[in-house]
Design a binder for this molecule. Structure first.
Ligand SMILES: Nc1ncnc2c1ncn2[C@@H]1O[C@H](COP(=O)(O)OP(=O)(O)OP(=O)(O)O)[C@@H](O)[C@H]1O
Ligand SMILES: [Mg+2]
Length: 228
């Protein structure tokens, strides 16, 4: 049986890719066959889409890049606008087919959303609709910086409004200069009705193995319902 997780963020640039990679590392360290997925990547640098590459690198099963990243848009802008400019029709049904293929190769598929939770992906749908169609528990990455409490509570409301299960959240300390960080985390723990799955400090290096130890992997395995 394969399981999936949908990684949403309080905003763009809060560490969805970074934390998705940590989740993949943490689960791989428990001998799970894992693969990341970036359904929609917007922003090409030198012919490469960084999120898809990082997720592929953090995976321990090899899958076709087109399944891992079905939609790769050139412009680093909101996906529905990039898609319109590039004449691409983003279809959730096609993403679902790619996701299903990934589940045949991996025990856990970690799906990274795009931008903030309610960003449109086409004229009628948002990433919330994508998470809903894939029917996955959501893990919310909170970028710990000034303003994160309101961003978090708004996103939690949107997740619940979509009828999705908020399975947990991660405090990702993206701003090393943030004042009252602990107090902010404590306030969020009080207000968010889902377990904190890890406090990830700001890291100068890209050593993900060490950072992955900040993820409470037992709680994660409980969420995906796969005991060791
Ligand atoms: N805990 C951390 N310590 C140090 N750097 C971090 C940490 N978390 C994220 N970063 C860095 O912050 C930047 C933004 O992170 P990331 O790309 O994961 O965000 P994102 O939410 O996936 O963005 P996007 O919306 O573009 O997909 C990256 O350069 C990443 O390496
Ligand atoms: Mg990303």
């Amino acid at each position: 049986m394969s399981a999936g997780l949908f990684v949403a963020g309080t905003d763009t640039g809060v560490g969805k890719t970074y934390i998705s990679c940590l989740l993949l590392h943490a689960l791989a360290a428990r001998n799970k066959a894992v693969v990341g997925m970036k359904p929609i990547a917007a922003g090409c640098e030198n012919g490469r889409w960084q999120d898809a590459e990082l997720l592929r690198f953090a995976s321990n099963v090899d899958v076709p890049l087109n399944d891992l990243n079905p939609y790769a848009l050139q412009a680093p802008i909101a996906p529905h606008i990039a898609a319109l400019q590039e004449n691409v029709a983003i279809e959730i049904a096609y993403i679902g087919q790619c996701y299903d293929r990934l589940t045949r190769n991996a025990e856990v598929v970690v799906v990274e959303g795009v931008g903030g939770f309610l960003v449109p992906i086409n004229a009628h749908e948002t990433t919330a609709d994508l998470a809903k169609a894939l029917d996955l528990p959501v893990i919310l990455v909170v970028g710990m910086r000034l303003g994160c409490i309101s961003h978090t509570l708004l996103t939690v409301q949107a997740i619940k409004h979509a009828g999705l299960c908020l399975a947990g959240w991660v405090a990702n300390c993206v701003d090393p200069g943030m004042l009252a960080q602990e107090e902010n985390i404590a306030a969020l723990q009080q207000k968010v009705d889902a377990p904190l799955l890890g406090r990830v400090p700001f890291a100068e290096t890209l050593d993900l193995t060490q950072q992955a130890q900040r993820i409470e992997v037992d709680k994660l395995i409980q969420i995906i319902g796969q005991g060791d």
